[in-house]
Design a protein around this ligand. Sequence first.
Ligand code: TYD
Length: 430
Amino acid sequence: MFTFPYDAVVFDLDGTLTCSDQGIIQSMRYALDKVGATVPVGVDLRAIIGPPLMVSLMELLGLDEHTARTAIGYYTEFFNREGMYLYTVYPHIRSILKMLRDGGVFVAMATSKPVRPAMAILNHFGLTHYFHRIITEEDNEKVVNKPELIRRALPESYRRAAMIGDRYFDVEGALANGIDCIGAGYGFGTEDELRNAGATHVVADTESLRAYLCPGAPIPRGYFLTMEGLDGSGKTTQMDRLEQSLRDYGYSVLRTREPGGCEISEEIRHTILTTDHMEMCPACEALLYAAARAQHVHEVIRPAVERGMLVLCDRFVDSSIAYQGGGRELGTEVVRTLNAPAVDGMLPDATVYLNIDHQLALERRHSASSLDRIEVESAAFHARVQAAYEKLISEDKKRFLLVDAEQDVDAVAADVLDVVLSRLEPEFEG
Ligand code: TYD
């Protein structure tokens, strides 16, 4: 049985779990501008990340107490409206929290942020459910010191505990409580700052943090997510948007596509899609898609999912069933059968379907610059593809996540993210 070196772990928020510099600095610039204050010469605004705002405003930026309070009001207004959405979760953090929590380790957070913004961030990124205990400042009036915050975050009893933080006051707070401190060298402090303060160990990135907190622990299986839709459904744009959002949420994303995704399969892609081969027969086409898929699953998809990655794949076997089974009229069962050795049991955990009528998709395609051998097919072909997709979806309602792709781009992107997150994090609190 695997045992973790620490049975209680307390995380700081900014610079440890989340990368917050843009969110914090832009909110501060807005606040300073509103109260007519400027940043003193030689002061790096990044220094405000970590300590309570009141302390930074008065001690670092030299504001009097009244002006500082007014500035906090403006800061909060901007932060809630825009600043919070500039945050990102560091890579691997999600898997670290999950591994600790699933391994029975007590997981807590202690931050100098007031309760409302701290909870807003955790909820926004769906991280709240990983923590047994969350300790924040109650409000900006009375500043609680870090040792006290950490003391409150620790469980009643533990064998060995560690604080994970990126600034010297996190280290000092840990030492005051007699626990280890692992310095997050990837955050806003420097490695020297953390070592000089007495950190037990300093990690340069979150992958090293995972190795330190969960040495030798099996990495949880990743996730296989695909996106499907008719040509002209806006799939490429939505893949871009979803990929970026998932990275910002801290998922380790591997984006790939079919046909293609590795050298052999990209070569096959070219052979399939070039308009030089208009004579290609349906069976040849179907077998080439399957051949490309076999190598892609073997070389890219399965190994990445086993390494814990979230594989985001543009089209998969559903495309073959819809296009070759429906469009080319080879039939669903024939296409499914000839794809069995290619898929080799690696079915998607979930599939986003961009739902758009083939007529509207056709209009959108007409504005595209160059069309491939499949895209130039007749309207009747694409109508059969649509019908085949609809049949597939009706037979597997649990796997398919339907999104109305006839809306504007931003609305589609928001809906896609919504359905994907609710599937990835069932405990997600929004
Ligand atoms: P895609 O990469 O989505 O096109 P683009 O990048 O040009 O927007 O897909 C290429 C074409 O291949 C598309 O028309 C759908 C078709 N296709 C099949 O017919 N069967 C399949 O199994 C796959 C994966 C794609």
